[in-house]
Ligand binder design. Structure first.
Ligand code: ATP
Ligand code: MG
Length: 375
């Protein structure tokens, strides 16, 4: 008998899926209790009646009547017993599926032969039903947790996409609208210059030079918001462009190596680009480095990026979890990574440079629900 119980515990322990656990329990219970038929019912809540049932060993007509007896009934147990007795089952035993002090369903056994279920068997049935109840409940709770996590992730990804869309719109507006206006000012200035005495010309030239600087700055801001090369050529050329601007600004040698193995989903490219942008901003602002490197690697189903500098370094604990003045850079990086199921590892120490290791799965969380294998 204990051996039978063990086989039931093993059977329900082999899966994290509620339906599979129910099936395993039904299959294991039948020989263990020498039952001719087994029924397992699960109810969502008591007012709702039946939600799920698994029947084994009943004739088709009983199955049909069992389904009807169960549907919408608050206390169908007595009715089920009566039905089974009518159908030639001489002995019926059942036990509630219990978990966390609540009845979540019912496990019923039926025999056609003359031997009734013994007291010991009834007690064992109660234990078997509780094991099954706890296992099914745990599977449902963990399914719910995974569903919520996937939902949160999808929301975060949507948020990232919305922010990017907004950045793209502002970048376009700055580039097109403001650029157009400035071109208009150039033309107007030329007209004015023609009407002015030659002695005023140097001041016109000065004004023109100022306009050119404004235009260059606008273009810089527009590219920072959304580098066109990221959309047209992809991640690596965009990172090379970024490295070039950081190099020009700081005098440090910034290299980009490795490969992405082709184009990646939009959200992955954007996420990596934004993280690299912030990491290199940090190099510019804090590191006083002479060299920095950005290394890409594509492994099976994942993309990795390592960003190193040989600069001042810092205590990652104080920057990340400390109190007082805290930057938004690492917080933003972690938010973006959360949205795509990625992670960040910071290795740094004062005077020893900094290394950021970023890894993320190459999937589009807003387009595809995670399968169990990805978790
Ligand atoms: N490459 C680096 N070299 C040296 N120190 C760094 C580097 N990257 C980050 N830090 C340290 O970690 C801190 C936190 O960085 P984080 O990007 O979160 O904020 P921040 O750069 O100070 O501000 P924000 O990014 O909001 O403009 C920085 O203030 C700096 O002290
Ligand atoms: Mg920063």
């Amino acid at each position: 008998m204990l051996e039978a119980l063990r086989s039931i515990a093993l059977a329900v322990g082999t899966s994290h899926d509620a339906t599979e656990i129910a099936r395993a329990a039904v299959t294991a219970v039948r020989p263990a209790f020498r039952a001719d038929a087994v029924a397992l019912f699960l109810s969502d809540d008591p007012d709702n009646g039946e939600r799920f049932q698994m029947l084994e060993g009943f004739s088709a007509s009983v199955v049909e009547r069992l389904r009807n007896a169960r549907a919408g009934k608050r206390h169908p147990d007595a009715e089920i017993r009566a039905l089974l007795e009518q159908d030639g089952f001489t002995f019926v035993a059942d036990a509630p599926l219990l978990s966390r002090g609540v009845t979540i369903g019912l496990l019923s056994l039926a025999r056609r032969d003359s031997a009734p279920f013994s007291e010991a068997q009834l007690q064992m049935l109660a234990v078997a039903a509780t094991i099954t109840g706890v296992a099914i409940d745990a599977a449902q709770v963990s399914d719910e947790a995974v569903r919520r996590r996937d939902q949160l992730r999808a929301l975060a990804a949507e948020n990232v996409n919305a922010r990017e869309e907004e950045a793209r719109r502002i970048a376009r507006e700055l580039h097109d609208e403001a650029g157009q206006l400035l071109a208009g000012v150039h033309i107007a200035l030329e007209g004015i210059a023609r009407e002015l005495p030659a002695s005023a010309y140097p001041r016109v030239l000065e004004t023109r030079a100022l306009l050119d600087r404004i235009e260059a700055q606008l273009r810089g801001v527009s590219h920072q918001l959304r580098p066109p090369v990221l959309d047209t050529l992809g991640l690596k050329p965009a990172l090379e462009f970024l490295a070039g601007t950081v190099s020009a600004r700081t005098g440090a040698a910034v290299s980009v190596s490795g490969s992405t193995g082709g184009r990646l989903p939009n959200i992955i490219e954007t996420t990596l680009y934004r993280i690299a942008q912030e990491a290199l901003n940090n190099v510019t602002k804090h590191a006083r480095a002479t060299r920095a490197s950005l290394e890409l690697a594509r492994t099976d189903g994942r993309i990795e990026c390592t960003i190193r500098d040989d600069g001042a370094g810092f205590h990652p604990k104080t920057a990340d979890g400390g109190q007082g003045q805290q930057g938004l850079g690492f917080i933003g990086i972690r938010e973006r990574l959360d949205a795509v199921g990625g992670s960040l590892r910071i290795t740094s120490a004062p005077s020893e440079g900094t290394e950021l290791f970023i890894t993320m799965p190459v999937i589009d969380p807003s387009a595809k629900k995670l399968s169990r294998a990805d978790r």
